[in-house]
Design a protein around this ligand. Sequence first.
Ligand code: NAD
Ligand code: ZN
Ligand code: ZN
Length: 367
Amino acid sequence: MKTRAAVLRKAGTPWEVTELDLDEPKANEVLVRMEAAGLCHSDEHIRARGAGRLPMVGGHEGAGVVVQAGPGVTRVKVGDRVSCSYIPVCGRCRYCSTGKQNLCDAGKWAGVGCLRDETFRFHSKGEDFGGMCVVGAFSEYSVLSEYSCVKVEDYVPLEVAALVSCGVTTGFCSAVYAGDVRPGDVVVIFGTGGVGMNAVQGARYAGARHVLAIDPNEWKQHQALEFGATHAFGDPEKARDVLVDLTRGQLADTVICTVGEMSNEVLAAAVGMTGKGGTTVVTAVGGYDMSLERGGGLTGYHRRIQGSLFGGANPLHDIPMILSLWHEGHIRLPELITKRYALAEINEGYKDLMEGRNIRGVIVHQH
Ligand SMILES: NC(=O)c1ccc[n+]([C@@H]2O[C@H](COP(=O)([O-])OP(=O)(O)OC[C@H]3O[C@@H](n4cnc5c(N)ncnc54)[C@H](O)[C@@H]3O)[C@@H](O)[C@H]2O)c1
Ligand SMILES: [Zn+2]
Ligand SMILES: [Zn+2]
């Protein structure tokens, strides 16, 4: 069949919306009619830097409806509404079977975008196209491994199901799992965009006493207060002064880095605000120098720098769990969507993200 998709052929060029050929699903694969796709910052990293194999269909934060199932599919069936876990989850590898689904071995081809048999389903003029994180949500239709599919209840709008496919779950779980936030804790969050805003929600839901949000964008500071931050700052120095006052110098239990682009400056400031025995969580992507440690503060304060992939989530459990938290009124999800776009407006959507106008932009596919 034919499908329209936003593709990247070369790093540093804009998304190009084009028509591709799409194969039928093979064994253990499904054809999904994508309904909504979130504009996560990670696609922008790929677009700007071209990490991974190109050409690639963008989009790893998506939701849609299963319209065809290949042989042997058991996890979902035709007609199911699914959120696409951006890490496929096999359920039986060493990592899945020890409660670390975010590290599933099936995530091996995320940067290549091929299916498990190492072949591709998107093609154009003899060329194979991967799908970002084996999802390819910036396509009207995509063929996914059943391992990428998490069935969602009928009450969940598919644009909300798209949000939990990456950003919401990553942010929320960066606080509650990677950051191990406990009742009464003091938490600092650097960067309250689509991911960080949910670190705010996760930290509050886990019972944090104070949640200090730091973001240079004034509108995001106001939004962070709406989503549960107790304080919001543009300047990390001011945040540090208040943190020292609030904790009598003990600093934060957990500091979470969800800035657009990770840097030495953010890492140094974040570690410097982490208290004794505390955790600095690095969820943001970008280049930084791990040799920053000079004063002995990491060892002497028994601090931990914790990398965070999907926040340490188990998508098969946590995606439905977070949707239930929203359904039962504990967290806010539709409010994260600032603007909706047609597929053809994708570059405008990313311009809005990079210029600070969106918490989350969402592509609504038109069928
Ligand atoms: N590890 C994972 O599993 C995972 C998953 C999704 C996204 N990510 C990464 O997380 C990061 C955030 O993604 P997003 O979609 O929320 O991006 P976003 O652009 O929506 O949000 C980033 C926020 O950081 C703010 N910011 C920029 N510089 C800052 C600074 N020096 N101090 C404080 N705030 C600053 C921006 O104003 C913006 O509000 C990206 O690097 C993305 O690639 C990682
Ligand atoms: Zn993402
Ligand atoms: Zn697995």
